[in-house]
Design a protein around this ligand. Structure first.
Ligand code: B9F
Length: 116
């Protein structure tokens, strides 16, 4: 490949995996299974929707609606080709969880980076 695409199966540095189907115009849908969580609730596969630019090393953004907890994560990043021609995603995320009241709102957004 000389060109990156988000289409297909991915596993990140945490062990989470996702599968993505891309449409003609760069929109995509998929399923996300996180390997990590900090709740007792059973982790379930969760839906995602996103958009990628139609370039050789596309920029992208997508949202996962966690199906097992009232939280949302948005991810944005870029697909690269590494030295061996392997596709790799460098992504930054924001995880929003529920505030019980307006006073707690400030504390309910986490962020981080990952490599997929
Ligand atoms: O653990 C998260 C969570 C949300 C509310 C209670 C528990 C849900 C899973 C998030 C998975 C993140 C990582 N997995 C991955 O592949 S999304 C970004 C990372 N990449 C307590 C309150 C908010 C977090 C913990 Fe919770």
């Amino acid at each position: 490949v000389t060109r990156c695409s988000l289409a297909g199966f991915w596993k990140n540095d945490l062990g989470s995996n996702m599968t993505i189907d891309i449409f003609e115009n760069g929109t995509f849908i998929g399923k996300y299974l996180t390997a990590v969580s900090t709740t007792n609730k059973t982790i379930l596969q969760s839906p995602l929707v996103g958009y990628q630019q139609p370039t050789d090393v596309p920029l992208f953004g997508f949202t996962v609606r966690w199906s097992f907890i009232n939280s949302i994560t948005v991810f944005t990043g870029q697909c690269f080709l590494d030295e061996s021609g392997q596709q790799v995603l460098y992504t930054t995320w924001l995880l929003r969880s529920e505030a019980q009241n307006l006073q707690d709102n400030w504390s309910q957004t986490r962020y981080g980076c990952m490599v997929t």
